[in-house]
Design a protein around this ligand. Sequence first.
Ligand SMILES: [Ca+2]
Ligand SMILES: [Ca+2]
Length: 510
Amino acid sequence: MKTILDLTSRKKFHPINQKSIKVLLGCSFLAALIGLGATLAANININSGPVEFGQGVAQTVSCSEGETLTITPHSSFTNVEGDGSFYLSSVTVAGIPAACSGNDFIFSFYGESSNTKLNLDSRGTQDTPYVYFTVADGVGSASAFTKPASGGAFSTSDVSATGFTLTILHSAATADSVYKMTLETRVNVGGATSLGGDGGDVPITNSLLNVNLALTSASQDILEISGYRNDVRIVAVASCGLLFIDDAIPGLSTVLGYQDPLGLSATEIGFVGSPTAINQALDSMMYDPTGCSGSPTIATTVSDTGSSSDANIAFNPENGHYYQWVEDSVTWLGAFNAITGSSISYSGNLRGDIISTGLNSSRNSCPYSFNGLCGYFATVTTAEENAYINQKVGGQQVWLGGSDRSSQGSWVWADDRAPEYNVLFSNYSASATYAAWNGNEPNCYGSDCGAFNEPALQMLAGDNGLWNNFSENGWEDHYMGYIVEYGDSPADSAVTYAPVTRTITLAIAP
Ligand SMILES: [Ca+2]
Ligand SMILES: [Ca+2]
């Protein structure tokens, strides 16, 4: 919800002319400092009447629940040969109540009557800075998001748990041109872990097609992360076209299953690194729209990395789940035991010892955990999810979490920590839900399905992700890696950071 801090003009202001300014400055430097804004610069009207630069005005905003905060605009003098002017230079916001933590403060400045916002950057058009403000552990943080064509038009300083100062680094708004200011607040999507960026369009014209476009060079606000203390993971997915980032940024590594984005390009890229390195990478992210038309999108997700050993977990924006490919060489039972903490050994009894007799219920821990999520033997419930896993393992064969141990031919998801535990997904007659069986699968080996049956679900090698049922116990050398999935398990605990996605919609001119 957006509430305008009602800052409307009620009184026309007539600034002191430039001649008077020069005279006073010439007389006394001290006088100029004292008078800065207070008498020499234009007023701005904030709600109840003219308020001068340097003088704070108490206001309430939508997030403040009736508590007032104080907004103070400042101006400063820029001298040039033969002339010089006062410019709008900064705005201090103080007394921000705790309820406003996690909000964006959006600043706009106007002249006397035009609806066009004043340009705030002498190097280009910069008219709407906003500051993302959070408080954690009693310490405030603020990030000024700006339009990056100018390489940083705004900054924040004097940040405390209750306020900050937004500085306009290259102001183009002379003080006597500023008549009105609005300050709006909005809840920042994703709270303390959000990406910056306002989701605006990046204009792409025909003349720019077939070249690499910096996502951060047009009207799009910079993509930036804030609120993280440890390494984070970024996954960016373009609906069309190619993405890549600067290969000269130190401290980045590629997420397993994603093409190396460091200087290469791909439709999906994933990388992890420190918040600083990530912001450098996001700043450098480029997009090649070759072959695209209409309105392609780029969805960029930031999420927690977890421990360093978790860096190779891929994120699927389609369902918000994470997938870990454990490149081991084990039987299906070995994978099941590793994921569930069970200790089932093959005893010749191929039936009934996982699901129906409740051995799985002995599980009381999550050997694979990530960011508060309990890992489970992967469940594949859509073609998209199947294709995703197949792509991320590079077409290699892997075990999935399906089994028909309990009832021959009735295939269910076997891990009780999976959200689809014991859900029937296939039987011999038809797929109960989604299944991707290869031709003639599932089958049995030999004439007696009870002797050497194949109760383990395998994704076959190859690029189509088709399924086979296989022996689960190593018979005939059935060893391979397996997939651990994270997300929506009933055993999940609170996540440290929920993934946050911002989608940029591009507009390619016809
Ligand atoms: Ca799943
Ligand atoms: Ca088979």
